[in-house]
Design a protein. Structure first.
Length: 437
């Protein structure tokens, strides 16, 4: 998943949604269960632009209409708007029939009661739950409850590196630890070039990286019983290490503190930065003219040791899930659409287009997903990725802590010192914004 706009608004809306009873998205399209002539679908922006997504998806929607007679009205919603649009739909009752959600939002949106639960009966209608890989199912809702959505695209973070830029700087192998990454980044960061790019104004990107750093330090942002614990020593150390890539190590350009719309991917594609931490970036880079052999892909660095195996955490379990608003007038048609989008054939086609990994076992085993790049992502998902907390307050957590990190990057870009004390103060403020139990 990616970014969230208007953090405070999202938290307020979600609080309202959690207290609403019998609320849910309602279809405004034509048809009914008996004759579902039309569906509305909110897709997330997976490609380099909304227009590219439309070019990828529309032929498949036309294919579905030819097979079923059901027309799908498509809207590709930018990540900056998607969560707030969904939350508004849960309270207004006016939403699409089917929608993409960031998998980290699954438990929070599940708690609104707006989404169709995927119980055994509903899974049977799309071929069965056992078609999907376990890591993807782990980010579909709270433990012990029927999933709130079905996995659609699986992704993991990896380190993308410009082979020539690192070679020119005398770096002969991709960094495996953060110390190695900082050392390599300092060698590159001169003459208008920078060691690494990031999206400092994107709360979701911030929380994804802060979470991985925290896990590497043996820390969590929630206690075992689901209570916020943002100011423990490990969490504070993790956030400071992440922000210090700009503030102290100075391998990230100060201007990246304002990035929130994939600008760091464009900078990498254009040779302005040598390294990038990103989810399944290959298709995006190709669409911006970067040759496949110009960059390499390695596991995200760790504190020490070898990335990509055992207890080392290299990524959160990233991905996109497909959900249905349960008060849709077209539940049967919506379920048919989910079955179509998660069919083996569509999974191969769509995940190839977005350089993501199919969460459907049969599709994932296809030789097309055995490239070196995909191997890094598949191995990470299988061995060293951890799901973000599947708790009802997860969206507020992303908003509060992600925005706190955004503000710390703004301090770094402005030349203000980022200290352990200032990080702890920012995380204390974030914890105070969480719903009171």
């Amino acid at each position: 998943m990616r970014s969230i706009r208007a953090a405070a608004t999202g938290a307020v809306i979600l609080s309202l949604a959690l207290t609403a009873t019998a609320c849910g998205g309602g279809s405004t399209s034509g048809g009914s269960n008996e004759s579902p002539g039309e569906l509305t679908y909110w897709a997330s922006n997976q490609g380099a632009s909304v227009e590219i997504d439309k070019k990828v998806l529309q032929p498949e929607l036309d294919k579905f209409e030819k097979q079923t007679g059901i027309k799908v009205e498509l809207e590709v919603v930018p990540w900056s708007d998607l969560l707030n649009r969904i939350l508004t739909a849960t309270t207004s009752g006016q939403g699409p029939d089917v929608l993409n959600i960031g998998n980290t939002w699954s438990a929070s949106l599940q708690a609104t009661g707006a989404l169709l639960p995927w119980d055994a009966k509903n899974f049977d209608r799309i071929g069965g739950k056992d078609r999907f890989v376990d890591s993807a199912l782990g980010s579909t809702g709270a433990e012990g409850q029927d999933p709130a959505a079905v996995p659609l695209y699986s992704m993991a973070y990896a380190l993308y590196y410009n082979k020539q830029m690192l070679a020119d700087a005398g770096v002969d192998a991709p960094p495996a630890t953060w110390d190695e990454l900082v050392a390599a980044g300092k060698k590159v960061s001169k003459d208008g070039k920078w060691g690494m790019g990031m999206e400092g104004s994107n709360p979701s990107e911030n929380i994804h990286h802060a979470f991985v750093f925290a896990k590497q330090h043996g820390a969590d942002f929630f206690t075992a019983d689901g209570k916020p614990d943002f100011t423990n020593d490990g969490a504070v150390t993790a956030v400071k290490q992440y922000v210090d890539l700009m503030a102290k190590d100075k391998i990230i350009a100060p201007g990246n503190a304002e990035y929130a719309q994939n600008q760091s991917v464009s900078d990498f594609a254009k040779g302005r930065t040598a390294m990038l931490l990103w989810q399944s970036a290959s298709a995006n880079l190709k669409s911006q003219g970067m040759a496949d052999d110009a960059y390499g892909i390695a596991p995200v660095p760790v504190q020490s040791g070898t990335p990509g195996a055992g207890k080392q955490v290299n990524s959160m379990v990233a991905g996109i899930n497909l959900a249905v608003f349960k008060n849709s007038d077209n539940i049967d048609g919506a379920t048919d659409f989910v079955k179509f989008m998660t069919s083996d054939a569509e999974q191969k086609l769509l995940n190839t287009a977005y350089s993501s990994i199919p969460p459907v076992k049969a599709a994932q085993e296809d030789p097309a997903f055995n490239s070196p790049a995909n191997s890094v992502l598949k191995d990470t998902l299988a061995q060293s990725a951890v799901a973000l907390p599947q708790v009802p307050d997860e969206s507020q957590f992303e908003t509060a802590v992600g925005t706190a990190v955004k503000d710390l990057f703004a301090d770094a870009a402005g030349g203000r010192e980022v200290t352990t004390a200032s990080v702890k103060a920012a995380l204390t403020k974030a914890q105070q914004q969480m719903p009171k139990k």
